[in-house]
Design a protein around this ligand. Structure first.
Ligand code: LUD
Length: 287
């Protein structure tokens, strides 16, 4: 069997089309949807992701503003930036791109929690995380899990009773992903770096979601025949002889595609969906 390759790029493009319609409708009511992105430091990957987000905003008519702050920015400067955006009525969504530079890592959570919950388009504040946990649908759900769920649903609408294994337990992805799967009546296992017999656990998954940050960790013999495999990892491989550094996921795509029933590629899988869902959350905030 060779897997259906889930085209995240195409599904994201469809999602953006429907968002564009909503943005236009809001414009008709005199509301210009606005997103503010805060990017601190020089991480090249973060710059690529934020660049893609700004481009997507333009495409659907969302007005984006970008606060680019230098690597050595202090806690107080970021706090002040967030406060100003919280009080700015033209801004409906605020996103603090993570990770922050090393010297701020201990304070990252405190800064995230300063974002007004109604503008927290990353869904990371206690209010939005709590609403997801309680199954309330008026909160904002983190973009990458939301996008991953849309990709799963594009191949299988009824997930009831299926065993879903999420590798990774971060606040940004693993924990909210598990909640979304639970809402769909999956039996959910959250696996992580301390999990015993990780390969064996993964092998029992009908839906396997990998978000660990280790290139090609998930091998063919970790995957049940016919499983749906969602690859959330984005790893940059060392440059080849031509000096080109390719992206790869946490899943060994070439090997796993002959086992799975459906699989997401990297790039062109979950990444574009993260961005589409960010636009969706921003429209939800504005509405
Ligand atoms: N922080 C995210 N950090 C990292 N891929 C993203 C992402 C676009 N606060 C906060 O934006 O939601 C977030 N909120 N995240 N991520 C990951 C995570 C964050 C990752 C990939 C992409 C956003 C993306 O555009 C492209 C693709 O997979 O096709 C490839 C991009 C490339 O490097 O060429």
């Amino acid at each position: 069997m060779t897997a259906h390759i889930i085209d995240g790029k195409a599904i994201a493009a469809q999602t953006r089309e429907s968002i564009k319609t909503q943005v236009t409708a809001l414009k008709g009511k005199g509301i210009d949807v606005g997103l503010a992105v805060i990017l601190v430091g020089d991480d090249p990957a973060s710059h690529v992701y934020v660049g893609n987000k700004i481009k997507a905003c333009e495409e659907v008519g969302v007005i984006s503003t970008e606060a680019r702050l230098p690597e050595d920015t202090t806690f107080d400067t970021i706090a002040k930036t967030i406060e100003n955006l919280n009080n700015d009525d033209t801004v409906h969504g605020i996103l603090l791109q993570l990770p922050l530079p090393k010297h701020l890592s201990d304070m990252q959570e405190d800064l995230v929690q300063m974002i007004a919950p109604q503008k927290d388009v990353d869904g990371l504040t206690t209010m939005n995380a709590g609403k997801l946990f309680l199954g309330m649908d008026d909160g904002l759900v983190p973009c990458t899990p939301q996008g991953s769920m849309l990709l799963i649903k594009s191949v299988e609408q009824n997930l009831s009773g299926k065993h879903a294994v999420v590798i990774g337990r971060s606040n940004l992805f693993g924990k909210p992903m598990a909640q979304l799967l639970l809402q769909e009546n999956c039996t959910v296992t959250i696996a992580h770096s301390r999990t015993q017999d990780l390969a064996g656990v993964c092998k029992t998954a009908d839906i396997l979601v990998a978000a660990v940050g280790r290139p090609k960790m998930v091998q063919a013999d970790w995957v049940k025949d016919g499983a749906i495999v969602i690859d959330v990892g984005i790893n940059r491989l060392p440059p080849d002889t031509k000096g080109i550094s390719k992206l790869c996921g946490d899943v060994d795509f070439d090997a796993v595609k002959d086992r799975a029933s459906a699989i997401t590629p990297v790039p062109g899988g979950v990444g574009p969906m993260t961005i589409a869902c960010l636009l969706g959350n921003t429209v939800k905030s504005a509405s």
